[in-house]
Design a protein around this ligand. Structure first.
Ligand SMILES: [Zn+2]
Ligand SMILES: [Zn+2]
Ligand SMILES: [Zn+2]
Length: 475
């Protein structure tokens, strides 16, 4: 059979699949990449020589695709996986040394602490299976009932992903107001804890607070986990460093035992009184359960309790980072305006009641005004991860290291130049110091183009290329 002309439909399809595969290659499997148009030129700083130049005009559909970079697995599995890997490296370096952190840091007293919220009412629960069997939820021989006539016992054996888990046994008994207030103030309670911890450590060392600060620094890395009941827990690495951070040992002879005693003391004593509706106050405290695990390179990597290996701790923290409030039926992006809005979006009844309680806090005191911007995170206002400055390398440094590693490979990836332009946390290494990137980029949209649009875009990009070539030959 001789060659035949492609039909219009076939041509459109081929053009579209060409630009699609190119876009996918650029964004490396990101489900919702950012489309950009523009160009950038890398210039040698001393000589002015153009090292390389790149333009979205050179792409089949005239767009450059950049990964969304979202950390949440529910939003983009691919970017979340990359984020999780970066987070693991960052946290591992902070704990065991690596990159710019010396390995001696692993010898500093360090503990992995989990700070819980108090109880606001009984909820259905999943217990970790023992001998292959999950324990009953809340077995009670006397089968008590609450004042509303609902049973306060439950003999079901809930799986971890049972939607009942975290739901109150009686929503009328559950203290939604206290829950909403606690969640809003949790970052403040954390601050009180850190102040109490420093005071306690100074006292243990027999020093004034000022003398203590000259000899040691307490460093934290704190990651938030949303429990099934919709309240946050903090998973925190707490470490004693020297006055200049992880590079120097703490000069006080304090042991990890001293550190853990001080953490327990400070966690028990930290509190704050906050206003509730009707002129009442709530005394904020941590939950009674405070889990502490000494971090040591000598620990087994699979220990379920007791001392924990730095790499295991890094893996726990990285895992919590890729999850947020998606299990409550809340939108993963965009603002949430009210409990009614959440209900329309398909949020669980528990989440809706919690947001309603948060709404009722907003008008009672100025301190709650900004709570209305935080319904999508069930009133939590902190960051998913916070770390004290001296803790470790940064995400920016890791991104930059990965980019330069890619650039050093034989074939320069298509998106290398774009990342140079977009990555604001450029590391000051030799490559960045000797070259200057000049570029201008415009946001063109989100996501991959559908078949017809991709085909049209590819066709007009081709026409533009032909026109440019003709203009160049005439000039
Ligand atoms: Zn993505
Ligand atoms: Zn139950
Ligand atoms: Zn009740």
């Amino acid at each position: 059979m001789s060659t035949r002309e492609l039909s219009h439909t076939e041509l459109v399809f081929q053009l579209a699949s060409l630009s699609r595969s190119r876009a996918g290659e650029q964004a490396r499997g990101c489900v919702n990449p950012i489309r950009l148009t523009g160009s950038s030129t890398t210039i040698h700083a001393a000589t002015g020589e153009v090292v390389r130049s790149y333009s979205s005009d050179d792409e089949p559909d005239g767009h450059t695709y950049v990964r969304c970079g979202n950390r949440r697995a529910a939003v983009c599995p691919s970017c979340s996986r990359e984020y999780k890997g970066d987070a693991w490296h960052l946290l591992s370096c902070g704990l065991a040394g690596g990159k710019t952190v010396p390995e001696t840091v692993a010898q500093h007293p360090a503990t992995f602490a989990t700070f819980t919220a108090p109880s606001f009412g009984a909820v259905h629960r999943h217990t970790r299976p023992l001998n292959g069997r999950t324990a009953p939820c809340r077995a009670r021989r006397d089968k008590p009932r609450c004042p509303h006539g609902r049973p306060l016992s439950c003999v079901r054996r809930h799986d971890a992903d049972d939607p009942q888990v975290g739901q109150p046994l009686c929503f009328q008994c559950y203290d939604y107001t206290a829950h909403a207030a606690w969640q809003w103030w949790a970052p403040q309670l954390w601050r009180y804890f850190t102040m109490a911890l420093r005071r306690r450590l100074a006292r243990t060392a027999g020093l004034t607070l000022r003398a203590f600060a000259e000899a040691a620094k307490v460093s934290y890395t704190r990651v938030v986990e949303f429990q099934a009941r919709g309240v946050v827990h903090f998973h925190v690495v707490i470490r004693l460093d020297g006055p200049d951070g992880p590079a120097t040992p703490p000069g006080l002879g304090l042991t990890v035992g001293d550190l853990e005693d001080a953490v327990r003391h400070a966690a028990t004593h930290a509190h704050k009184d906050v206003p509730l509706p009707g002129g009442q106050t709530l005394r904020l405290r941590w939950g009674r359960q405070l889990d502490l695990r000494t971090i040591t390179p000598g620990a087994g990597r699979d220990n379920q309790a007791g001392p924990a290996h730095p790499h295991q701790v890094a893996a726990y923290l990285a895992k919590y980072l890729t999850k947020s409030t998606e299990d409550f039926g809340l939108p993963v992006a965009g603002k949430l305006y009210s409990a009614g809005h959440a209900a329309k979006h398909g949020a669980t009844p528990h989440a809706v009641r919690l947001i309603k309680a948060a709404q009722q806090l907003v008008p009672i005191h100025d301190d709650y005004t900004r709570l209305k911007d935080r319904y999508a995170t069930l009133g939590y206002r902190g960051h998913p991860i916070t770390k004290s400055r001296a803790y470790s390398v940064t995400f920016g440094a890791l991104r930059s290291a990965r980019r330069h590693w890619r650039q050093r490979r034989a074939q320069l990836p298509a998106n290398a130049d774009v990342r140079d332009v977009l990555d604001v946390d450029q590391a000051d290494d030799s490559a960045a110091a000797t070259t200057v990137v000049v570029g201008s980029w415009r946001y063109a949209g989100r996501g991959y183009l559908d078949t017809a649009t991709a085909a049209n875009a590819t066709r007009s990009a081709n026409l533009a290329r032909i026109r440019r070539a003709e203009e160049a030959s005439q000039a």
